[in-house]
Design a protein around this ligand. Sequence first.
Ligand SMILES: [Zn+2]
Length: 207
Amino acid sequence: MLFLDELPEFGTRVLEVLRQPLEDKVVTISRASGTLTFPANFILIAAMNPCPCGYYGDTQRECTCSSAMIARYRQRISGPLLDRMDIYVEVPRVEYEKLSDSRRGEPSAAIRARVEGARARQRERLRGLSILTNGEMRPAEVHKFCEVDEAGHALLRAAMRQLNLSARGYHRVLKLARTIADLAGSGEIQVAHLAEAIQYRPRSLQL
Ligand SMILES: [Zn+2]
């Protein structure tokens, strides 16, 4: 797992280099003496602020950045890099009441059991294909294992139009919906699973 905190601070060049390993799970290094390819299969997790001061869109504190500053900051994350992210989540300020709430959430053991179940279902489905997880599915497997019904197609059509989804983005939505269905223990991808996957698509970072 590769965690990049303050993603825009890494600079455009470094971030663009990530596109190859994210896509192909290998990294190629070229030097005068030759070219070497190394395995680079990892899960990328990245965090960033909405703007340089960190308060853009906050309900309690005012952002002090100019719109030009915010635009420059966000432009460091290119559309093609965002397109390679499966899940994009905005995390607003947590209210005091929620932080101090003594009620416990779902225990980790229950979540672990659900993840292990979903992983087992994927292994079973992908048996003999030399891949283990939905995220690794190639277009042929997506076509075979991510069937959706008529209502699902209608939703996907609307999402492709509204979110300007690329072919890559379309396949990522289907793979993520397959995983959401696996976590729910569902054999079929239902409209609710698709809708959840679609809402995780990266929004454009441009203002
Ligand atoms: Zn700001």
